[in-house]
Design a protein around this ligand. Structure first.
Ligand SMILES: *Cc1c(COP(=O)(O)O)cnc(C)c1O
Length: 421
C-alpha cells in the first residue's frame, strides 16, 4: 500500500492494530449482509426479474413493466404490501415530505417520538422558516416527544404524547445528532408502546441510512410506512437519484396520489432509463452497506485508539451506517474533511469549505468525492460547525478504498499538527 500512498509508518502500524481490533465487528457486519443478500436475491427470483425490466419506458409510463416490478421486488424485500420506488423523488427529504403530505389531513396531528427530526424536515413540518406551504400552513399540528438524557426514546412519555396522533413519526438514524440510532428492537418496543394507547395511528419511520444494517427492517417490527433515499443504502451506489416509500398498500397509494395526481398515483411516471441502475443498486446494496459499515468501524477503532471519542458504541445493535468522530475543534474537522476529500476517487483535488447549506441551520462542512452528487453511501464526511465539532462519517463503496480515505484524513490531521501518533 505504501508503495502507492505515502502514509506515516506509525499511522500504518496503528491502522493494522485498529483493523485487528475490529475483526469481530467485521464478522457481524458480514453476517447481516449475507442475510440481506438472501432477501434481495430471493425477491428478484420470485418476481421473475428479466432483462425486459431494464428497458426504459417514456411518456406517461402506463404499464411500465420495469417500474411496476421494482415496486413488487422492493415490497418483498421489506416485507410490505406495496412500495413506491421512483427516480422522481429528488431526495430523501422529498420522499419523506411526500409521505407526510400524502397521509396527513387538516386537523391531524403528527408526533415525533424520537425528538427533533432531521434538519431538513423542520421546514416541511413548519417549525422553522416562513412556514409557507408547510404542514402547519395546512392546519396539521406537530408535537415532539423528546429523547431522554441518554438519547433513548422516553417510553414513559410516549403513551400520553401519541394518544391523539394521526402520524407517529420515528427517525431510525442518528442524523446530525449524537443520540444512538434506533435498532429494529427499539422500533418494536416503540410500536408496542404506541399501539397500547393508539391502534389507528400511522407509524411512519424515516429509514434513511438504516436499510440492511440489521437482520430485520422497521416494517418487520410493525411500522406502517418506511421512507428512504436511493442515493443512500438501498441504491447501492448505483442508483443515480430517487427515493422510496414502502408499507401498507392504502398508505402507499395516498403517497402516490401526492407524488403524481389523485386518481393516477402509481400508474404514471415513466422510469426513463433509470431501471437497470435501480435494480442493480438494490442488488449491490447489502454488500455496499457492509463495506460502508466496515469503513466506519475501522475509523472508530483507529480514532478511538488515538484518543478520540467515537460513536456508536460497538457493543450496541447497529441502526445506521454513521460513525461519529468527536474531533473537538473546527480546525480538526476541516483537516479531516480535507483528507476524506483528497482520499476520494472523484474531485480529490478540491478542498471542502463550510457553507450555509439550504435547509440546514448552522454552517455545514461536507467532503464527498462521489460518482453520484451528494451520495452518502459513498465515502463522505460532514458535520455542522458547532459543538462538539463532530464529523459524521458514512459510506465507502468498497472497504479497501474507504480505509484509504480514512487513512488520508488521519494523515492530513497529522500534517496539520492536529494529531500526534
Ligand atoms: C439523508 C437523510 C434524510 C433526507 O435527506 P436528503 O438529503 O434529502 O436525502 C432524512 N433523514 C435522515 C435521517 C437522513 O439521513
Amino acid at each position: 500500500m505504501n508503495s502507492v500512498f505515502d502514509f506515516d509508518p506509525r499511522l500504518l502500524q496503528a491502522a493494522k492494530e485498529a483493523e485487528a481490533a475490529a475483526a469481530e465487528q467485521f464478522a457481524a457486519i458480514d453476517a447481516v449482509s449475507q442475510h440481506a443478500s438472501a432477501k434481495v436475491l430471493r425477491a428478484f427470483q420470485l418476481n421473475q426479474v428479466s432483462a425486459a425490466c431494464f428497458a426504459g419506458a417514456n411518456g406517461y409510463g402506463y404499464d411500465d413493466v420495469g417500474r411496476d416490478k421494482l415496486d413488487r421486488v422492493w415490497a418483498d424485500v421489506f416485507h410490505t404490501e406495496d412500495a413506491l420506488v421512483r427516480h422522481q423523488f429528488v431526495s430523501g427529504t422529498h420522499a419523506l415530505s411526500t409521505a407526510l403530505f400524502g397521509v396527513l389531513r387538516t386537523g391531524d396531528k403528527m408526533v415525533s417520538v424520537t425528538g427533533a427530526p432531521y434538519d431538513t424536515l423542520e421546514e416541511v413540518i413548519g417549525i422553522r422558516g416562513k412556514g409557507n406551504g408547510s404542514l402547519a400552513d395546512f392546519g396539521i399540528s406537530y408535537a415532539q416527544c423528546d429523547l431522554t438524557g441518554d438519547g433513548t426514546p422516553d417510553y414513559d412519555a410516549i403513551p400520553h404524547a401519541v394518544k391523539c396522533a394521526r402520524v407517529v413519526y420515528l427517525q431510525r438514524s442518528r442524523g446530525y445528532s449524537l443520540r444512538p440510532a434506533l435498532s429494529v428492537a427499539d422500533i418494536a418496543q416503540i410500536v408496542k408502546t404506541v399501539r397500547a394507547v393508539n391502534t389507528d395511528a400511522i407509524i411512519m419511520v424515516d429509514n434513511c441510512y438504516g436499510e440492511f444494517v440489521d437482520y430485520d427492517e422497521p416494517t418487520d417490527a410493525g411500522a406502517d410506512l418506511i421512507i428512504g433515499s436511493l442515493i443512500k443504502n438501498p441504491g447501492g451506489g448505483i442508483a443515480q437519484t430517487g427515493g422510496y416509500i414502502a408499507g401498507k398498500a392504502w398508505l402507499v397509494e395516498q403517497c402516490a396520489y401526492r407524488l403524481t395526481c389523485v386518481g393516477m398515483g402509481k400508474e404514471v411516471g415513466c422510469s426513463l432509463n433509470q431501471c437497470r441502475e435501480m435494480y442493480l443498486g438494490l442488488f449491490m446494496a447489502p454488500e455496499v452497506v457492509a463495506n460502508a459499515r466496515k469503513t466506519g468501524a475501522f475509523a472508530a477503532s483507529l480514532f478511538g485508539m488515538l484518543g478520540y471519542e467515537c460513536l456508536p458504541d460497538p457493543s450496541r445493535a447497529a441502526g445506521d451506517i454513521i460513525t461519529v468522530l468527536k474531533l473537538r475543534e473546527p480546525k480538526a474537522m476541516e483537516a479531516f474533511c480535507a483528507g476524506i476529500q483528497a482520499g476520494s476517487p472523484v474531485d480529490s483535488y478540491v478542498t471542502p469549505e463550510a457553507w450555509d447549506m439550504p435547509g440546514y441551520e448552522s454552517k455545514v462542512i461536507m467532503a464527498a468525492g462521489t460518482f453520484t452528487g451528494g451520495a452518502s453511501i459513498e465515502l463522505s464526511a460532514d458535520g455542522p460547525m458547532r459543538e462538539p465539532y463532530a464529523v459524521y462519517l458514512q459510506g465507502g463503496l468498497t472497504y479497501g478504498s474507504g480505509k484509504l480515505g480514512v487513512l488520508t484524513a488521519a494523515q492530513f490531521m497529522c500534517n496539520a499538527g492536529l494529531l500526534t501518533l
